[in-house]
Design a protein around this ligand. Structure first.
Ligand SMILES: [Zn+2]
Length: 680
């Protein structure tokens, strides 16, 4: 497997330091305290000092006791103040949005028919369970940007997980703008409408909301928040034995020394263009049971084969080591006879002290720690690369997924307990991830279906739907009939059996040329001859024309673009795979009346809608051009949704029929409008 997000294009550039507001509050606190002391001394002067000294001498025991009592009283008052819950609201101006990424309407209906989803069945009987048209392309970052901005991709400008720089053709992640530390979409969030901006909202793990926007209420950013290395998630794996896996997408290191004191290092953050050499050393005593990790003066238990508790690690770097990044991680130690392997999950910013603000207000991330404990701050906390690379087993991975869902549910029910008016939004990514990874268990036509591992997972997806059903039931009960529950998904799901090398198809059709007509090219368009190339594919659904004036070596005159796009669409829709004569591409979409302004160079000329069972290959996503046109998908990543959007609608369920939407991009305005009509 190729590295999907190679570290060369990913970096963290943590030059921001503490957010200004935090500095201001700390500084103003210090200034205020100094001012108070100065005022006291000026007013009472020497007299105060002399009499206090005498008093202290005579009554020092009593003074200490009184001081302790005063402090205890103070802290008790603070904790009462902090835990004080608002009186349970009797208002009905409440909409709870349970966002279940990738929940598929066909599977929901199937499992409801089997009696496995009692809560969905009950809610659907009351008000109906509808299909929700997704975006084109039906990718989560695109879809959630549409949800937030209540607009289609041609307006908000998010078209794929991956974008490319037209000046270098280099692919990069599109879901967070690391260079400018800004939101990657354009538009206005629906919650800035008149009703929600009056009633307020709380959003938990809102995808595509990093850096967190200012809202009336609270928002915790989800998908888009990177790890401390600036990647979507780089795992670290250390082993006592040598591992030869150059294509692994994590960092593979050695554990050195004897069992009583195995030594290793945790790679930390780094500045773009500077040495990647910040490391924190640790020692593992694997002679004890459970093994003990010694890190930065603390001991942590590492039970064999079980996830550790949260482990905190602090990195210092930059000039005079003045910059500090605090991270949290969970580890998984495994012994195999004499050998020891230690998996370290991608390093999250510590939610109690994140390096970048990940919430609005900035203190909200820390308040949530007080309420629910430490949690993952990485926007996409599920480590699928470690599973497909073989460093996590299916069971390890599932256990991690459950922990993440449990912490998200704790956040949800904490907020439900103080939900007064407006919108409460809670996002669960797990249904999407579980279906991506375990579709092999339910699809008899998948190349891995008959493997013993897939056989063990016939029930994984149905059981996950049952968990989501139970969650919806609990959330509905907690709303207590005061307010409306909306359950929605951003797209459905489909099998991924065959990977299509779309650039190879474009080469076959004569639109993409390789240097010296080589039979193949590595990723990043290594051997593409741009002076003869008219079109190229990058990401999961996009085709760009090699446009003169936009691309570095563009050759297609803008005036010729419409005719060329139409020609490519026509030929791709006819194109058949040589091995079986089947058409992998169902529909190609042209133009979409997209915003073609020069500041929006990410708008593709064509969007490819694959048929059921097909998807762009990982090679295509990063600009590879293999010799073949396709490959059987033998990865655990066995289900997908980056196909023709008509084949993968999402779901929409509302407990009040007055709140309805048929497209994902309409949901936000529908909520806003609905709340404006509900009597307080
Ligand atoms: Zn999704």
């Amino acid at each position: 497997m190729i590295p999907i997000f190679p570290p060369t294009i990913l970096y963290v550039d943590p030059t921001g330091g503490l957010p200004p507001s935090m500095w201001i509050s700390i500084l103003s606190g210090i200034i205020a305290s100094l001012g108070a002391v100065w005022l006291a001394l000026k007013t009472f002067g020497r007299q105060l000092w002399a009499s206090s000294a005498a008093l202290i001498k005579r009554f020092y025991r009593a003074i200490i006791v009184v001081a302790i009592l005063v402090l205890l009283g103070f802290f008790a008052a603070m904790s009462i103040f902090k835990d004080r819950k608002p009186a349970q609201s009797s208002a009905t101006q409440r909409v709870l949005v349970l966002a279940l990424d990738g929940l598929d309407p066909v599977l929901v209906e199937q499992f409801m028919g089997e009696g496995r989803l009692p809560n969905f069945s009950r809610l659907a009987a009351e008000s109906g369970l509808h299909r929700l048209a997704t975006t084109n392309p039906p990718q989560s970052p695109v879809a959630w940007s549409s949800f937030i901005t209540a607009s289609e991709p041609s307006r908000h400008g998010m078209f794929d997980f991956i974008k490319r720089d037209p000046k270098s053709y280099a692919p990069d992640l599109a879901i967070a703008d690391r260079a400018h530390l800004s939101i990657p979409w354009k538009g206005t969030p629906f919650w800035e409408g008149p009703t929600l901006s009056r009633l307020g909202m709380t959003a938990l793990r809102m995808p595509m909301a990093f850096p967190p926007p200012v809202v009336k209420g609270r928002i915790l950013a989800g998908m888009g928040v990177w790890d401390i290395r600036g990647t979507e998630g780089t795992y670290i794996y250390l082993s006592t034995k040598a591992i030869d896996q150059p294509e692994a997408r994590g960092i593979i290191l050695r554990l050195e020394g004897e069992t009583r004191a195995l030594r290793g290092k945790i790679p930390g953050p780094y500045h773009a263009g500077q040495p990647d050499n910040v490391r924190e050393p640790f020692v593992v005593d694997a002679s004890r049971n459970p093994a003990v990790l010694k890190l930065q003066g603390k001991d942590y238990a590492l039970p064999d084969g079980r996830w550790s508790d949260w482990i905190r690690v602090e990195f210092r770097f930059g000039p005079l080591n003045l910059q500090k990044v605090r991270a949290v991680t969970r580890m998984l130690l495994k012994r195999d006879r004499e050998e020891v392997g230690l998996y370290i999950s991608p390093l999250n910013f510590d939610p109690a002290a994140p390096f970048y603000p990940i919430s609005h207000p900035g203190s909200y991330a820390r308040d949530l720690v007080d309420a629910v404990g430490i949690y993952h701050t990485r926007g996409m906390p599920f480590d699928t690369p470690a599973l497909t690379d073989g460093f996590l087993s299916d069971e390890d991975f599932l256990a991690h997924c459950r922990m993440i869902d449990e912490e998200t549910a704790r956040m949800l029910f904490f907020e439900l307990g103080r939900f007064e008016t407006g919108m409460l939004f809670s996002y669960f990514e797990s249904p999407d991830i579980i279906q991506h990874m375990f579709w092999r268990g339910i699809d008899p036509e998948h190349p891995l279906y008959h493997t013993p591992e897939a056989e063990r997972h016939r029930e994984t997806i149905p059981q996950w739907y049952e968990q989501m059903d139970a969650l919806a039931g609990r959330a509905h009960a907690a709303l207590g009939g005061r307010g409306t529950l909306v359950v929605l998904s951003d797209h459905g799901f489909a099998p991924f059996r065959t990977a299509v090398h779309l650039n190879s198809v474009l080469r076959d059709l004569g639109f993409l040329k390789l240097q010296n007509d080589a039979p193949s090219s590595d990723q990043f368009f290594a051997a593409v001859d741009w002076r003869r190339t008219q079109a190229y594919a990058v990401g999961f659904n996009a085709i760009y024309l090699n446009l003169a004036g936009r691309e570095q070596q563009g050759i297609v005159a803008p005036g010729d673009a419409p005719a060329l796009s139409a020609k490519i669409k026509n030929l791709l829709e006819q194109w058949t795979l040589p091995q079986d004569g089947k058409k992998p591409i169902q529909q190609v979409f042209v133009g979409q009346e997209a915003d073609k302004s020069p500041d929006n160079p990410n708008t593709p000329e064509l969007i490819v809608g694959y048929g059921r069972g097909y998807r762009a290959s990982w090679e295509t996503a990063l600009g590879g051009v293999p010799a073949q046109f396709s490959a059987p998908n033998e990865s655990k990543w066995s289900g997908d949704h980056c196909i023709d959007p008509a084949l993968v609608p999402g779901i929409f369920l509302s407990t009040d029929p007055a709140l309805r939407a048929s497209r994902l991009s309409e949901v936000g305005s529908a909520i806003e409008q609905y709340l404006s009509g509900v009597k307080p």
